[in-house]
Design a binder for this molecule. Structure first.
Ligand code: UD1
Ligand code: UDP
Length: 364
């Protein structure tokens, strides 16, 4: 048995690690050690995902919490080094691009432990994004690079990675979506909230470039007020965004609007059900660009770039400027049914983690 340390720290990690944990266990080749760094810790940002995605309790919880980039990264490194020194895994698996990902990668490699990066090679080419730094640094030192879309392979080769380390496995985020979509549908969350399918907008926002700049967040809030003239707006608020919104006049206007449903973060199954039935999803998230493409649901990503170009080239995602009128116009197009058609990208078939488990077991 291969002892595999699976590392999860933040909300999108839990969804990806759930797919890997399941596939590794099913394969019979791995003994999983599930480690939660504690980067995200609120029940609605963490526990609910373990419960709904059928994951076991983490074997270890490092409790690193929030902090500046250096503080958070350093805490993960210190805590996880102690874990690896005490009980050395045969391989360390990291996913995505959050601080827990890069911190674990650096620590594992300095201890000469084989390192796997799942969702490797994505690039926005925007180094002002903390995730871009995390992705580049993690890829540079990983032994196995599993990519989710063809652009990943192209970027890694261009950066000088050798082809035999790179493997196009598909998208593990979509594995979880396919595995749990019936359960998500069964929640009937849109009905529970009194929403009519196809007539409401689902919103998320948490990128520092959007929510940490008051002038930009104010424009986004104004766009949501304009969307609210066309239909109900459901906005589960990320903890980074909550306090910032409260301090803006347009944010307070949002809170006062009857057409706007501001809520805490929503559970995975309920959120997926809301995505399945929304008229349009407006977001700056990474994962949601992929999930909407897999669900063939209209998505407007309010960002100047994406590290997930397949969602724009093949899927139902478009990139948008932060322009309230343009976002409102996208709302009209979506509700009138004239959004572009998309197709599901190659290997987004629910079997990516299975392919990774097989490939890794054969190659380690
Ligand atoms: C992190 C990731 C980002 C990812 C996002 C997913 C990094 C650099 N950023 O951003 O790539 O898209 O997660 O959601 O790793 N907070 C709470 N409760 C929690 C967690 C956070 O209140 O459970 C608050 C704290 O005030 C914290 C802030 O949110 O300071 C930001 O959390 P942090 O993990 O640093 O970054 P995110 O914005 O969540
Ligand atoms: N999500 C959720 N509830 C919410 C908002 C998001 O379950 O209220 C899920 C959704 O499936 C999304 C995932 O969390 O794809 C990732 O979250 P986030 O947008 O925070 O991270 P990113 O993908 O941008 O790193």
């Amino acid at each position: 048995m291969i002892k595999a340390a699976l590392i999860a720290g933040a909300r999108p990690n839990f969804i990806k690690i759930a797919a890997l944990e399941h596939a590794f266990r099913q394969s019979g080749h791995f003994e999983n050690v599930l480690i939660h760094t504690g980067q995200h810790y609120d029940a609605k940002m963490s526990d609910i995902f373990f419960r709904q995605l059928g994951m076991p309790e983490p074997d270890m919880y490092l409790g690193v919490g929030s902090g500046t980039h250096a503080t958070q990264t350093a805490r993960v490194m210190t805590e996880i080094e102690a874990v690896f020194l005490k009980d050395r895994p045969d391989v360390v698996v990291v996913v995505g691009d959050v601080n827990s990902t890069v911190a674990t990668a650096l620590t594992a490699k300095k201890l000469h432990i084989p390192l796997v990066h799942v969702e490797a090679g994505l690039r926005s080419f925007d180094r002002s994004m903390p995730e871009e730094i995390n992705r580049m640094a993690t890829d540079a030192i990983s032994d196995w690079l599993y990519v989710s879309e063809p652009s990943g392979e192209k970027h890694l080769l261009a950066e000088g990675q050798s082809a035999d380390r790179i493997h196009f496995a598909g998208n593990v985020m979509i594995d979880s979506l396919r595995r749990f979509e019936d359960r998500a549908l069964a929640t009937q969350e849109h009905v529970r909230r009194g929403l009519e399918a196809g007539s409401y907008f689902l919103i998320t926002a948490h990128r520092p470039a959007m929510v940490d700049v008051p002038e930009r967040l104010a424009i986004f809030a104004d766009a949501l007020l304009k969307l609210a003239d066309q239909g109900p707006v459901v906005f589960p608020i990320h903890p980074r965004t909550a306090s910032r919104l409260e301090s803006l006049p347009a944010g307070r206007e949002l809170m006062a609007s009857e057409q706007v449903h501001l809520t805490e973060p929503i559970g995975y199954l309920e959120f997926m059900c809301l995505m399945m039935h929304a008229g349009l999803i407006v977001t700056d998230s990474g994962g949601i660009q992929e999930e909407t493409t897999a669900l063939q649901q209209p998505c407007a990503t309010v960002r100047p770039n994406t590290e997930r170009p397949v969602t724009v080239d093949e899927g139902t995602n478009i990139l948008m400027d932060l322009d309230a009128e343009a976002i409102a116009a996208a709302g009209e197009r979506a509700l009138s049914g004239s959004w572009k058609e998309g197709r599901i990208p190659e290997k987004w078939d629910g079997k990516a983690a299975e392919r990774i488990a097989e490939h890794l077991a054969a190659n380690l």
